[in-house]
Design a binder for this molecule. Sequence first.
Ligand SMILES: [Zn+2]
Length: 346
Amino acid sequence: MGIDAGLDAVPTLSKGAESDELPKSPSPRSDLFEVQQIPGRGRGLIALRDIAKGTRIISETPLLIVKSMPQPALEKTLAAKLKVMSKEQQRQFLSLHNNHPGQYAFGGIVKTNALPCGSGSSTGGIYPTICLINHSCLPNSHNNWNDDHKTETIHAIKPIQAGEEITIDYSHGDPSHIRQQHLRQSFGFDCQCTVCSLPQRELKASDTRRLQTQRLDDKIGDPTRMLSQPGASLADCRSLLRLLEEEYGEAPASSAARLYYDAFQISVAHSDRPRASMFAERAYRARIVCEGEDSPLTQRMKRFMDNPASHNNFGVYSTKWKGSDKYSPSSLNTTEFEAWLWRRAN
Ligand SMILES: [Zn+2]
């Protein structure tokens, strides 16, 4: 992650375990990508052939997993974990970029490279290959923790051409000045991706869209509004989808999955079975793209698609959309169907 350190500069541990004490992490053998030195970006993953959207590029078990804790305790924990690793695993860990050099050398590597084991998790994982994937504010891939398999997966969220770098998003979709500061402070680089390199005027338009998406996201998450103005909440979900399409070319699958699940929850809370099922299906399809069929969240969406009423909040706000059971959208053309789905007047 970020610009990794040259191997020559890496310290060695005095008491490394022999390489046969633990199974080695598999070296990244893949016909999809190879690790290359990229000028100005350290190591990165380059696609060896065209990769279709939704392809699982890699699934990797962590070298180590750590909980968030104060620096001195973390350093001790990491030293103990490193001691029982194979020499190869130690080399993989120590060769990762450290943007926080100083007293806590191991902790600095973790701080620079750890990926959370699930959304909002205080536990993070370090990976020999996945931590080499560089950032883009317009990424072509998505990283996800699969809690069933205890692996981190990377999926192509758009078609990737042979020779193209595989990228993920280290930021949170913030406007440029916020995300660039975050990338500089946390990872030590100035982002020069296609979005950050836009002419001033276009960058400003992008910033405005990113701000609007965050505001809409907050509004959609407001349960009071979902209760009293579900139609408006649903309209916000659709506006968010359009904004994401404008900003990213197509809505990133992970964002699409979240907003379709929001639309599902609004429909469920007001007892609208057919729309809830349709939104769950869209969330399911988006999750397949960015997490794969075997992701627990993908499977959860599938269950809701098949039986929306199995959700705990079914009918919890009202039964006012229950009448939707009575008509079928199957005879509608695409435009009519979208109008029906989002409860828009034709
Ligand atoms: Zn950028």
